[in-house]
Write a protein that binds this ligand. Structure first.
Ligand code: SF4
Length: 377
């Protein structure tokens, strides 16, 4: 079992918080699409012929591409890789690209899951983050996607806008729940150094919400979605039963995947590859027949730490028998003491060898994982 990720590195405009790799110039689009095709050919043996259960078109903004451009990419994937007939095929989309006609075209391509970047239904927040869509387009997007036939929709939300208050966040949550998408991803607004928000923060013209404010909104999120029947299967990801993102779940379950395009990552079970995050250099390298990537062989400790970092954030937790079987690793005495303290504080459960964080513990998942990291020998 394996997955393929294709990165479409173009956006109409730069959202002020975003540190993904993308360009707002479409001048190189055709050339880049040719190079993606070429990389799909060059990498065709990377996954050793494993059945492909998930294909994910992410970005950037894949919905910026036409039906023909997306169709050509998917046809190449299907021709070169063993894509299973039931594969989950996801496309990330922004509401301003989603006319009924375009949605119907996407559906005809066999895309069976849409991940829509709604972020908020509030025009003030959308405008303040330089999103390309407005609240009306956000409201129309899920409705039109249903009309086009999509029955597996994920929608993204952002919380902890500093000029927000808890009732505005509650309004966004209730508006989203009225659509009942199968999947909701909700992210805390964070400030990354190289973004517009990062620069403003450095100059003192922007102040992110404080931790307490963000934590309160995270609790509102957990409560509202639990009451509506959603399962929090990862810190930022919620779904109706049976609608976990297979693609992202496979990342967390250490399933191999191939990443195509600038900034994409790949994992073959033993090593990771990172493609260069620069469209021009990516194309130059592909055109010379060279893979534009760096490779990292994972040490035993790295692999264990990655497992802790990713799985503690999920509902599946960290399984002692998996650690032992996969990495010949048993919890160290100091880790067990730490785990007992987590359990005593109500932050985790440790039952039948599986360590799972409680809803309160999930808020601290990254710190808890870091505290449990094993050191390189
Ligand atoms: S549309 Fe998505 S990828 Fe593009 S800048 Fe905005 S958040 Fe980033």
């Amino acid at each position: 079992m394996a997955g393929i990720y294709i990165h479409i590195p173009f956006c109409k405009q730069a959202c002020y918080y975003c540190d993904f790799h993308f360009s707002t110039s479409l001048a190189q689009k055709e050339n880049l699409l040719r190079c993606l095709q070429q990389e799909l050919h060059v990498q065709k043996d990377y996954l050793g012929g494993a059945p492909i259960e998930t294909v994910y078109l992410g970005g950037g903004t894949p919905s910026i591409l036409s039906q023909k451009e997306l169709g050509d990419l998917l046809n190449t994937v299907r021709a070169l890789y063993a894509v299973s007939p039931q594969a989950e095929i996801t496309l990330e989309a922004n509401p301003d690209d989603l006319s009924l006609t375009h949605l119907q075209e996407l559906y005809q391509l066999g895309i069976n899951r849409l991940s829509i970047g709604i972020q908020s239904f509030n025009n003030g927040f959308l405008h303040s983050m330089n999103r390309a869509h407005n609240a009306e387009e956000a409201l129309a997007a899920i409705h039109l996607a249903r009309q086009a036939g999509f029955s597996n929709i994920s929608a993204d939300l952002i919380y902890a806008f500093p000029h927000s208050d808890h009732s505005l966040w509650q309004a966004d949550l209730q508006q989203m729940l009225a659509f009942r998408p199968e999947h909701i991803s909700a992210y805390c607004l964070t400030v990354e150094e190289k973004t517009v928000l990062g620069k403003w923060t450095k100059k003192g013209s922007f102040q992110p919400a404080d931790e307490e404010f963000a934590a309160h909104q995270f609790e509102q999120l957990q409560q509202a979605l639990a009451e509506a029947g959603y399962i929090q299967y990862e810190v930022s990801n919620f779904c109706l039963p049976g609608y976990e993102s297979k693609h992202n779940s496979n990342y967390w379950k250490q399933t191999p995947y191939l990443g195509i395009g600038p900034s994409a990552h790949s994992y073959d079970g033993h090593s990771r590859q990172y493609n260069i995050s620069n469209n021009a250099l990516y194309c130059k390298s592909i055109e010379k027949g060279e893979l534009p990537c760096e490779k990292e062989i994972l040490s035993q400790e790295n692999a264990i730490n990655e497992y802790l970092m990713t799985n503690l954030r999920t509902v599946w937790g960290c399984d002692s028998s998996f650690l032992e079987k996969q990495y010949d690793f048993q919890w160290l005495p100091e880790q067990l003491t730490y785990i007992q303290a987590l359990v005593a504080k109500g932050l985790a459960h440790f039952e039948q060898g599986v360590l799972r964080l409680s809803p309160q513990g999930l808020l601290l998942a990254d710190k808890i994982a870091a505290d449990l990291f094993v050191e390189e020998s």
